[in-house]
Design a protein around this ligand. Structure first.
Ligand code: SF4
Length: 220
């Protein structure tokens, strides 16, 4: 699919979800915050849980919408569900999820308190391959709507693939880390995927520096 067609598809998708709001102002924070984000998120979940907009709808076991505190000011975003997430319908479970829970506890948060966790894609790509461009075009508007409902103070992309998918750039993780990016008006930080920290414990000190920075942003 060529770039023009992908952009046209993306605009069609966002128009379906938001009307013409995004064309008028690309900053999601400019819209008023939902009075009851929990109810609104659940309503949206029910609306899209049977989505078949891309081919991953046919191969998923469970649709993985997201989990956590709908009033959280921190939203963590991964690239897509893995095998365990696909089996259980929850993002970041298994060993990597447990490590993430420990990291969150170290900044006095948990997946039920002041954190919301989701992915760019809501369905698992076969064999954990990276999301395809067309899948992102179809699914990213769902993430945008989750952000619009919650209006978190900070987004954190977990891993290189999540970072490059959200920022639309081809770059190594080291070039994306340590910077405050912008994602449609919401500040975005990119840090390591917890699975990378399991593979290479030597990365943990740098990840901890990132999460201390994340905590300082949230506390100010
Ligand atoms: S990955 Fe997203 S767009 Fe594709 S079927 Fe699942 S929910 Fe729909």
């Amino acid at each position: 699919m060529n770039l023009n067609k992908m952009v046209a598809n993306y605009l069609r998708q966002t128009e379906e979800l938001f009307g013409d709001e995004l064309y008028l102002d690309s900053k999601l924070e400019s819209t008023s915050k939902s009075e009851n984000p929990g109810d609104e998120l659940e309503k949206f979940h029910q609306e899209i849980k049977d989505c078949q907009k891309c081919s991953l709808g046919a191969t998923r076991n469970k649709f993985v919408f997201g989990v956590g505190d709908p009033n959280a000011n921190l939203m963590l975003v991964g690239e897509a569900p893995g095998a365990e997430e696909d089996r259980l319908g929850e993002p970041f479970v298994g060993r990597a999820g447990k490590l993430l829970d420990k990291i969150l506890a170290a900044i006095s948060r948990s997946r039920n308190k002041d954190v919301y966790i989701c992915n760019v894609l809501k369905c698992r790509p076969p064999n954990n391959r990276d999301p395809l461009a067309q899948e992102v075009v179809e699914c990213e508007p769902y993430l945008l709507k989750q952000i619009r409902i919650m209006q978190p103070k900070l987004l954190v992309a977990l891993g290189r693939v999540a970072g490059k998918t959200l920022l639309k750039l081809e770059a190594p993780l080291k070039d994306m880390r340590g910077k405050l990016h912008d994602y449609y008006g919401t500040p975005l930080i990119v840090t390591y995927h917890p699975a990378a920290l399991l593979r290479n414990a030597g990365l943990k000190p740098a990840a901890w520096e990132d999460f201390k920075w994340i905590r300082s942003i949230l506390d100010n």
